[in-house]
Ligand binder design. Structure first.
Ligand SMILES: Cc1cc2nc3c(=O)[nH]c(=O)nc-3n(C[C@H](O)[C@H](O)[C@H](O)COP(=O)(O)O)c2cc1C
Length: 175
């Protein structure tokens, strides 16, 4: 069975979470972890599971304007963050805009700040809605992984992401 993890990431945290989820999924799947700028129809063609995640910007999925703000914030000398190579590329929202229909199992995740989701927002809610709109069979509750105010993953979040991937794989293997 094949799983594809599609991620958007500006500062690398969602990338790290995607890699960790991929490691968890490898317990039951052949896994590709692919940045959204590089997902071709061929990558999704024979997938049995598609997991999609991105950073929460302005309470939801990123837009061109929020990505521009993220680049400007990173460019400040005190920022301490490094942009991903494809940070200026399209985001998940644009990718969904040109995506066809897939009757494939799927799940969504995001990264966001610590706090109640009602206050921070969560990109995975929008990702889940768009997955369903494109025909995907969403098989898990969306999950958030938390970053600090300094834009670093909180301790244990990669472990939690790997465990989430393992659990997701196990759930699908028995269904
Ligand atoms: C322009 C911008 C807007 C943001 N808005 C939110 C927000 O509304 N809620 C939140 O929890 N985090 C917000 N964040 C923090 C991001 O969620 C955080 O940068 C992201 O999870 C890091 O993922 P990445 O390293 O993969 O880019 C925002 C960050 C930026 C740069």
């Amino acid at each position: 069975m094949r799983a594809v993890v599609v991620y958007e990431s500006m500062y690398g945290n969602t990338h790290q979470v995607a890699d960790a989820i991929g490691a968890g999924l490898r317990t039951a799947f052949d896994v590709s972890v692919v940045p959204v700028s590089e997902v071709s129809p061929a990558v999704l063609a024979d997938a049995d599971l598609v997991v999609v995640g991105g950073p929460t910007h302005a309470h939801g999925m990123s837009r061109a304007g929020t990505r521009k703000s993220a680049v400007q914030a990173a460019d400040k000398p005190v920022s301490g963050v490094k942009l991903e190579p494809d940070a200026l590329g399209p985001g998940l929202r644009e990718w969904f805009g040109s995506l066809g229909r897939y009757s494939v199992k799927a799940a969504a995740f995001d990264t966001r700040m610590h706090g109640p989701a009602a206050l921070t927002g969560r990109a995975s809610k929008g990702v889940t809605r768009l997955l369903r709109a494109h025909g995907f069979d969403v098989v898990a509750e969306p999950e958030s992984f938390l970053v600090t105010r300094q834009e670093r993953l909180e301790p244990e979040e990669t472990t939690r992401a790997r465990d989430w991937g393992t659990k997701l794989a196990a759930g699908i293997a028995v269904s």
